[in-house]
Design a protein around this ligand. Structure first.
Ligand code: HEM
Ligand code: HEM
Length: 195
């Protein structure tokens, strides 16, 4: 007999979801401020390092998160949801995972190919290496241009996908058909295993 699906995400998945959400909101805020804010150059330099540090942390965490997802399957979406909404939710989640991987990778690629050659020092402590294969590429300038555009417009698309994700989560919470407690830090016993 197959085990019934748990009603909640596991504790590990919940903690990773909210820690990464916090990190990504910070990255969006810092990214937009360092590029478009009217602030002194010295602070811009610090913000770039902070942005790169949190961004690389997100890259490492998303690898852990995807590995965990393979080990511990997420709870099935409630069967009361129409099939189309379940498909849309899965597509939205896949898009979020895509950007959680693609944005840090494109960020790493764009700093590796930058003509300024500024090292990435994570939280002022650990030197992060340039991306293998790209550091010695003959087409650095062209790659840089593509990665920079991808990173910028990718981040804008992520913001739009996040608006839909948060809107959908709140809408279902109000309707009560897919409660927020499925991903809540405090909503009772976090199920890792089937009930
Ligand atoms: C940067 C911000 C965020 C990102 C990248 C993000 C990403 C994700 C992803 C990828 C999943 C699917 C997890 C899986 O199946 O493995 C998910 C689920 C979920 N997220 Fe977010 N999320 C963010 C912010 C938020 C916020 C602010 C809320 C609350 C309003 C929220 C509420 C939820 C809920 C309730 C689920 C579970 C959906 C279900 O019932 O299955 N998320 N999120
Ligand atoms: C989920 C992860 C990330 C998100 C959401 C994100 C978001 C952003 C945003 C919103 C901007 C401003 C775009 C603009 O309006 O021009 C930006 C710029 C930038 N990001 Fe990220 N970022 C992430 C990861 C990274 C990583 C890991 C690095 C490098 C290691 C990085 C390096 C940069 C750089 C150098 C810029 C400035 C690019 C330019 O001069 O046009 N980012 N990022």
């Amino acid at each position: 007999m197959t085990k019934p699906s748990p009603e909640r995400y596991s504790a590990v998945a919940v903690v990773l979801h909210w820690a990464m959400a916090l990190g990504i909101f910070a990255l969006i805020g810092i990214g937009l401020t360092m590029k478009h804010g009217n602030i002194p150059k010295a602070q811009v330099v610090q913000l770039f390092q902070l942005h790169k540090s949190i961004g690389i942390l997100i890259l490492l965490l998303v690898i852990v998160r995807l590995a965990w997802r393979l080990v511990q399957a997420p709870p099935a979406l409630p069967s009361v949801l129409p099939a189309l909404e379940r498909k849309a939710a899965h597509a939205g989640h896949a898009a979020l995972y895509f950007f959680m991987l693609a944005l840090p990778l494109s960020g790493w690629a764009l700093v590796t190919t930058s003509r300024f050659n500024i090292p990435t020092v994570l939280f002022g402590l650990v030197v992060w290496p340039p991306m293998p294969f790209l550091a010695d590429s003959a087409d650095k300038a062209a790659i840089h241009e593509v990665m920079e555009a991808f990173h910028k417009y990718g981040a804008y698309v992520l913001i739009a996908v996040l608006a839909v994700h948060i809107g959908a989560a709140l809408r279902h919470a109000v309707k009560g058909d897919a409660p927020l407690s499925r991903m809540s830090l405090f909503g009772g016993k976090a199920g890792g295993s089937a009930k």
